[in-house]
Ligand binder design. Structure first.
Ligand code: B12
Ligand code: SF4
Length: 533
């Protein structure tokens, strides 16, 4: 096999930016898999140029370097950027590959602009791509393993790609690690709701942590496990074996159901400084919050007590909510969240708008069948800028009124000061102030206020939101054009739009027997390139 010049690109941002918060944080949003792919490509004997794109890099010098093969890892919000970059690379003769959340959720759309679109990815899949490495146009090949990989390269093997990424983060530097894949829970909106839980080898976790201690004086590790701590004792045992108390700070996303007081005590002892529990809703998903059938105010009180307990053990807690679920109606869910924030002044709230990411979850098929999925361009599908699911119990103006009221409450001067007073430690205190004042928060509230205004004044916006037309209002087209800047011209023809009902259409046409994922977000079947069969 000839030695290929390979570029691996991890897109943590969907556009070039100069925002301060992005400068501070984007490198900490780096994904693990692009680093893994880079390791596997080098192991196969190829030359790798690795770039974690944070929005600040020089495109011509760093991103558009001459390559035989380009791998991009992208979230859906970065799909247009990825399509434009792929287009430019293809014009220069490269073969291009897309992997990551967008590829798993919208493989058919991505196949219009990439030669390969990967689902679950293991070393065999990457080796297949490397051996075939040929243009597949106009429609790319969809490849994937039948299940998640059993193991991933170690931190030591990934280090040459981790180190330059960390160097881009000026203050807080977080090393991405992972100890498990899939999840035992079945939250209907989630991409991992039908992917079996599977721990990765604990011995490797020990070795990774020991290695990290030789590289960084006081490391900070962000666990990318979909739900950290399912096999709690095994995890803690591995950490206790490898890390002297207090030598590494850990961040993790976990369910409240896994965060009992004895577990919190052990997490504190082992250096867990940031926990992101998913509360999601006051009227659904009680199993995740260990609140059983309790709903409404009862659940608020119970969860508030629990999160306040967490804050006694863990200095930084971000509580995640999903807004717009079918179980919500009227002002009550929003008022209850405000009540919760009053009861728990120390936690930072993060609000996601219910989003149907293509084939991500079986629920999306139902939503498409019910005609409730809107054709918002990918650029806005970051669970915040647009909600592409028509809410079951709200007219859009009322929904946006409630949303704005809640956001203005959560990020008001009063709440910022309350958080500042009760948070412990300089980093949690100032992190919360920065986040509440940053483009991340005020930018979002401003954007939602603008959308609310357009719903009142621009009939084309209201018709689009109500699903009466798929003609995109000028406001949205202009935003993508502005955000992509010089890359707007490289977005391939038709690349701004996608079939928001593709999952349903493919089911109706029986197309699944020919290509693509089997159902929901289950894995893409291996479809070997002709040259390899
Ligand atoms: C950990 C995590 C994070 C972390 C780390 C993010 C990161 N850069 O990896 C943090 C907390 C920072 C985060 C932030 C966000 N996240 Co997040 N996150 C997850 C989570 C819980 C796990 C993903 C993971 O790492 N799994 C482990 C990896 C190894 O497995 P995998 O993702 O299945 O990947 C497989 C394949 O896709 C493939 N693959 C993956 N990447 C690549 C790359 C290449 C090049 C190749 C070839 C293959 C490949 O190989 C893997 C092995 O088979 C998922 C939900 C879930 N339960 O999966 C959401 C999820 C990925 N996040 C999501 C979202 C929306 C966000 C945010 C936009 C939220 C927000 N509003 O801020 C931000 C965006 C961050 C950014 N700009 O990069 C969505 C993405 C939907 C989509 N289609 O884009 C998900 C799916 C949750 C959901 N709503 O269902 N997130
Ligand atoms: S939302 Fe979290 S707990 Fe629910 S299935 Fe997804 S990863 Fe698991």
């Amino acid at each position: 096999m000839r030695r290929l010049r390979i570029t691996v690109l991890d897109l943590t941002n969907e556009r070039p930016t100069r925002a301060l918060y992005a400068r501070l944080m984007n490198a900490n949003l780096a994904s693990i898999m692009p680093q893994v792919v880079a390791v596997w490509c080098e192991q196969a004997g190829h030359h790798v140029h690795f770039v974690c794109y944070t929005g600040f890099e020089d495109l011509a010098r760093e991103v558009l370097v001459e390559s035989d093969l380009l791998f991009i890892g992208a979230f859906t919000q970065a799909a247009h950027l990825a399509y434009a970059i792929s287009n430019l690379h293809r014009q220069r003769g490269a073969v291009t590959v897309l992997g990551g959340p967008h590829a798993r959720c919208y493989p058919h759309d991505a196949a219009r602009y990439f030669d390969y679109v990967l689902g679950f990815t293991d070393k065999t899949v990457i080796d297949d791509v490397l051996r075939d490495c040929a243009p597949h146009r106009p429609i790319g090949l969809q490849l994937g393993a039948l299940r998640q990989p059993q193991a991933l390269p170690s931190v030591q093997e990934r280090w040459k790609f981790i180190a330059p990424t960390l160097a881009k983060a000026p203050i807080l530097k977080v090393v991405p690690m992972i100890g498990s894949l899939g999840c035992p829970y079945t939250c209907a909106f989630c991409i991992d709701s039908t992917v079996a839980y599977q721990p990765l080898p604990f011995d490797q976790m020990r070795d990774d942590l020991r290695f990290l201690l030789t590289k960084v004086r006081r490391p900070r590790v962000g666990w990318h496990d979909p739900n950290f701590g399912v096999r709690f004792d095994d995890y803690m045992g591995a950490i206790e074996d490898a890390v002297p108390p207090g030598r590494i700070d850990f961040f993790a996303e976990s369910s409240l159901s896994l965060l009992s007081e004895p577990h919190l005590e052990r997490l504190r002892t082992n250096g867990f400084k940031v926990i992101l529990p998913g509360i999601e809703s006051w009227f659904a998903l009680g199993n995740k919050a260990r609140t059983g059938r309790e709903v409404g105010l009862e659940k608020v009180k119970r969860v508030a007590e629990h999160v306040n307990l967490m804050l006694r053990y863990v200095p930084y807690v971000q509580t995640n909510f999903v807004l717009g679920l079918d179980s919500d109606q009227g002002p009550e869910p929003f008022e209850l969240t405000k009540r919760f924030l009053d009861l728990v002044p120390g936690a930072f709230p993060a609000f996601s708008l219910l989003s149907a990411f293509g084939r991500a979850a079986p629920l999306n098929l139902e939503l498409q069948r019910a005609g409730r999925v809107l054709a918002f361009p990918f650029h806005f599908l970051d669970a915040s800028q647009a909600m592409n699911v028509v809410p079951k119990h709200y007219a859009w103006p009322a929904f946006y009124d409630h949303l704005l009221d809640l956001e203005r409450f959560a990020f008001s001067g009063r709440q910022i000061v309350r958080r500042l007073r009760v948070n412990r430690g300089a980093i949690p205190k100032w992190m919360n102030v920065a986040r509440a004042l940053s483009s991340e928060r005020y930018g979002r509230v401003r954007h939602h206020a603008r959308v609310r205004e357009l719903l009142r004044t621009d009939p084309s916006v209201r018709r689009f939101f109500d699903g009466e037309t798929t003609v995109l209002p000028a406001f949205y087209t202009n935003r993508v054009r502005r955000d992509l800047g010089s890359l707007w011209g490289a977005l391939p023809a038709g690349g701004l739009h996608h079939d928001q009902l593709e999952y349903l259409h493919s089911q109706n046409a029986g197309a699944l027997s020919a290509s693509g994922p089997a159902a929901g977000q289950s894995p893409v079947r291996i479809q070997r390139p002709p040259a390899l069969t």
